[in-house]
Design a protein around this ligand. Sequence first.
Ligand SMILES: Nc1nc2c(ncn2[C@@H]2O[C@H](COP(=O)(O)OP(=O)(O)OP(=O)(O)O)[C@@H](O)[C@H]2O)c(=O)[nH]1
Ligand SMILES: [Mg+2]
Length: 503
Amino acid sequence: MENSVDDTICAIATPVGEGGIGIVRVSGAHAIDVAAHVVRPRSRQPLQQLESHRLYLSDVLYAESPLPPGEGQASAIDEALVVVMRKPRSYTGEDVVEIQTHGGAWILQATCHGLIRHGARLAQPGEFTKRAFLNGRLDLTQAEAVLDTIQATTSRGLQAAQSLLRGSLSKEIDAFRERLIRVLAHVEAGMDFAEEDITFIQAAEVQQALTDTQVAVERLIASYEEGRIIREGIKVAIIGRPNVGKSSLLNALLKLDRAIVSDQPGTTRDVIDESLNVRGIPLRLLDTAGLRPTQDTIEGEGIRRTEDAIAEADVLLLVLDGAGGITDEDRAVFDTYGSRRHLLVMNKMDLPESRTFDVRSFSLPSESPLPPGEGQGEGPDPLSPLWERARVRGKEETPAFVKVSAKTGEGLDHLTSVIQSVCLKEGLEATPSVLVTRLRHKASLEQAHCSIEEAMRSLERKESGECVALDIRAALDALGEITGAVSTEDILDRIFQDFCIGK
Ligand SMILES: Nc1nc2c(ncn2[C@@H]2O[C@H](COP(=O)(O)OP(=O)(O)OP(=O)(O)O)[C@@H](O)[C@H]2O)c(=O)[nH]1
Ligand SMILES: [Mg+2]
């Protein structure tokens, strides 16, 4: 049978496993009647007569209880606190019952089972939140913010999620749409009354309104790079030839003995993925297999996995052995990956040999010595983006080369702040309050940008008002997809499939 929005749905809302309490949620037109078969308030009042938004001590009944039956056929399997939340004052906007039992897997499953037996069906992932959207309790950006709130692992991530949940992005998008709707009205009025191209005065006004919107849309698109990092974290792949101390560096950053370290080259095979919270931003550290030519099939597979990790990283830490000097293997790594955003990390600076280490001997593909000075380095200097960035920001030079010791911990704080400064171009303090944190939002903004651009071009070419109107409508639709003012089943499915069952 097809799932319907009219069904009464239920699910365990708390994580699987043992817990002090566990919560089962029921939502829908028959939520209270269905739950009445499964919970019995100690006050003996029927569930239908309970006051909304108040907790009642109740028994949870289960027909197949292993315990001896009490009154009637079903016996109590646990005691619970039950709250009825009548529509529209509930999360979903429908009648909701929440049953708080002890957090044991069997109790929670039996409670759900009982509800299903009496007419509820198991909710799909995100279905409670989808109903909240369909009932106008949340718009789409806020629904996504619920997921971000659950998944936030740092204060900055939570801050961005909460700002989204409070509707900061929706407000901006709605303002853009209002402005475009006014423009559309102008354009359409021109079409209706003049029967020909819109007049010059109108065109200038329309052009100005479109330009203003375009600038604001561009500002939001530009915030995505930072927004994504705040939500998802910075993915850092630690790479280099074997034995330079990649795994040691991972362990030192985590302050945890996570990866195997040994003086045998080729120790790490699997990619090790761990997160670290640095000043409110998650750093996802990927320790990888040492890169070198190999005939060993297992090591070869490790290197293939390393390549996957490198492909998805935001920044590469290209680790060098300060005591061992630069070898052909280091150069090969640099030749292959030097064009990606990266930092050179000289490790083992605690060893006396590292004093003679000269990074300038690292011959770069462009043959330019390091560090490149102002106005220097004509050819394609692979490190230039970093230096460029430092200059643009007018800060002290951001070093593309960092000295550390995984053994003593020296230089590690500096390393993490350099990683952040190369990935967050505005710096943390300057982060704007409204951020685009999701690719979906950015893609729709870009689509709107394209349509507005088209509209402006049509206007310049003095094309018919109809052409301009068509593009403005396309921009309105693209913006509407962000908040859900315009939505299709397909968009909703894609958004809610990422949720867990019970949310
Ligand atoms: N003195 C000193 N030794 C270090 C430092 N970092 C790593 N080592 C040593 O270098 C050797 C290799 O360290 P690993 O961390 O296993 O190196 P790796 O790059 O992960 O090696 P593979 O996994 O084989 O690619 C070990 O003997 C470490 O103890 C450091 O900062 N100082
Ligand atoms: Mg290793």
